[in-house]
Ligand binder design. Structure first.
Ligand code: DQA
Length: 149
């Protein structure tokens, strides 16, 4: 069975390309979707890339992943730093036996003080930061490796 992976992206990531290109690069969200789809095809994963600015939508997607045993690659964006609701929902994905890889395009540890703390990291299977879109590829590789065991 081909493993489904939700690649979920939080607030303002739909603005990639125009939002602080010095930090997040010049490629837009459509390019991220295209890249993830291509990497998914190479890795034989069914990749579904989504973005929302809405916390409750992110939480619902975690419920969907837990209920259907989808793996998750998550860039929680600003929710990273304060959403206990999302952390609790992310926990349900692990409880369902699925990996959840946290990805950040930038390296939050090297930026503003409020970005140094992630409420998602304690729940995540792994966290990848500071590698741009490459972080998503590495996360998908990790999902492939973990779920094929
Ligand atoms: C981010 C880092 C967060 O601190 C920030 O709020 C984002 C993007 C990243 O991908 O580097 O929106 O998650």
């Amino acid at each position: 069975m081909i493993q489904k992976v939700l690649v979920v992206n939080g607030p303002n990531l739909g603005r990639l390309g125009v939002r602080q290109p010095d930090v997040y690069g010049h490629d837009n969200f459509a390019k991220l979707v295209e890249d993830c789809k291509q990497w998914g095809a190479q890795l034989k994963l069914d990749v579904d890339v989504r973005q929302t600015d809405d916390e409750s939508q992110m939480v619902s997607w975690m419920h969907e992943a837990a209920d259907n045993e989808y793996a998750v690659v998550m860039n929680p964006a600003a929710f990273t730093h304060y959403s206990y609701a999302l952390a609790d929902a992310a926990h349900m994905v692990l409880d369902a036996g699925m990996p959840l890889i946290e990805v950040h395009i930038s390296n939050p540890a090297a930026r503003d003080t409020f970005r140094k703390h992630s409420v998602i990291s304690p729940v995540a299977t792994s966290t990848i930061t500071g590698l741009g879109f490459l972080g998503y590829r590495l996360a998908l590789e990790a999902v492939q490796e973990i779920t094929s065991k």
